[in-house]
Design a protein around this ligand. Structure first.
Ligand code: HOZ
Length: 431
């Protein structure tokens, strides 16, 4: 790898105008050291930085790029739409076309509202749940991340955990008090909250496959238990499928586990690499959203035609074969990383679900936030730098998912495993 001279220069300049030099904290490499690489271009599974270094990418824009970077067909479709106008602030047919496709894939979403990010989707879904139930409190799980809405920045995963601010300053005590915390994969912790507030909880919000404390799949009857607790207590169940939607399967985690939530939040893949989010669910709940009902929520760029076009392109290509290939390559990579760690004598647990995975540098199985936090972040940082030096770009944080795409080949995976063997030896020397 060439010394990232140009990235360093750009980062120095960016820091004079952007807080921390970036527009989203997880990009800043703070947890792994070094300078964030500034990207010039990408195609398929490869990214190229401004110094000419090439990497096999496992960040994949944090999940949206299930078909790889810049598929030519998607780029052509988006460009053709853009030529007709980039935004109107008025309806287009693309919005209900994408909505109908979402509903066909995720039948619990009888009505859909498009927004511009997963954060917006989660904020809006919780407001709606509060309005529908007439209750204030929500249950969230430590280590789950639902974007940066105030109510969610309490023991939040993703960049908030990476930066050591899982409960952010600036969230008022009143907001924090309305967010009740439970433990992922622990139904008793949820039961206890309902026992204490039998009629105060508007909703349970959960990542059905956690992806923001690293990947943590749901264990046993966890999701089914949440479904019945919510029903029993008149609360809504909200699945945040921003990461798992269209990735765990075309129908999301809810299809895989056979649990229908009341509301679902989507993002990432639904925009095909453009900024889109969506929330939706039961018609009786969603019909409370303005202008059909009184719960206000709006957005100038919501349903943006270029983004809707990219989303349609991406969702139309979610074939059974795509998921079989992704699962096979995901299993290959997970096994290869585990082997590399074993061979080097480094304690690592690889959690995987289809095309997402996380190697946790710990000897304890990871099934919730506390066990995720047992990971040795210093060891991950050494591993990360070792991979980068060998042409592989993993997420710059222990507490994030690696994403595969249709563009990753068996050869890419083999090269990644080879690099992992060498990088694990770096870790073994360092710990
Ligand atoms: N949910 C994404 C990573 N866990 C967000 C990426 C970001 O924060 O920039």
């Amino acid at each position: 790898m060439r010394t990232p001279v140009r990235s360093r220069q750009l980062f120095a300049r960016a820091r004079q105008i952007l807080p921390g030099g970036v527009d989203s904290p997880v990009r800043a490499f703070q947890a792994v050291g070094g300078t964030p690489l500034f990207i010039r271009r990408a195609a398929g599974a490869t990214i190229v930085d401004v110094d000419g270094n090439r990497f096999i990418d496992y960040v994949m824009s944090w999940g949206p790029l299930i078909h790889g970077h810049a598929p030519p067909g998607l780029v052509r479709a988006a460009a053709a739409t853009a030529r007709l106008g980039t935004s109107f602030g008025a309806p287009t047919a693309l919005e209900h076309e994408l909505g109908e496709r979402v509903r066909a894939l995720v039948p619990s979403m009888a009505r859909v509202r498009f927004v511009s990010s997963g954060t917006e989707a989660a904020i809006s879904a919780v407001r709606l749940a509060r309005a529908f139930t007439g209750r204030d409190r929500i249950v969230k799980f430590a280590g789950c991340y639902h974007g940066h809405g105030d109510a969610f920045l309490v023991k939040a995963g993703s960049g908030a955990t990476t930066l050591g601010v899982p409960t952010s300053p600036g969230v008022t005590r009143a907001v924090a008090a309305d967010t009740l915390l439970a433990r992922y994969n622990d139904l008793d912790s949820v039961r206890a909250l309902f026992d204490a507030q039998p009629a105060g909880i508007a909703a349970i919000i959960v990542e059905p496959i956690a992806g923001n404390m690293g990947v943590v799949p749901p264990a046993g009857q966890f999701l089914a238990g949440l479904r019945s607790l919510a029903m029993q207590h008149g609360a809504l169940l909200i699945f945040d499928e921003v990461i798992s939607g269209f990735r765990a399967a075309a129908g999301g985690a809810q299809a895989v586990f056979g649990i229908a939530p009341d509301l679902t939040c989507l993002g990432k893949i639904i925009g095909g690499g453009f900024p889109v989010g969506a929330y939706g669910g039961r018609a009786d709940v969603m019909e409370m959203v303005a202008p059909a009902g009184p719960v206000y929520q709006a957005g100038t760029l919501s349903g943006n035609p270029v983004a809707m076009t990219a989303g349609l392109w991406a969702l139309k290509r979610l074939t059974g074969r795509l998921y079989r290939d992704l699962a096979r390559r995901g299993a290959m990579l997970a096994a290869g990383l585990a082997d590399a760690a074993r061979a080097a004598g480094v304690p690592v647990q690889v959690n995987a679900f289809g095309s997402v995975l996380t190697p946790f540098f710990t000897s304890s199985p990871v099934r919730d936030y506390d066990s995720a936090l047992t990971a040795n972040t210093g060891a991950y940082a050494t591993f990360f730098r070792g991979m980068l030096a060998r042409g592989i770009y993993p997420p710059p944080s222990q507490f994030e998912a690696w994403f595969l795409s249709a563009a990753h080949t068996d050869r890419d995976i083999a090269r990644t495993i080879e690099a992992a063997h060498a990088a694990m030896k770096d870790v073994a020397r360092a710990i």
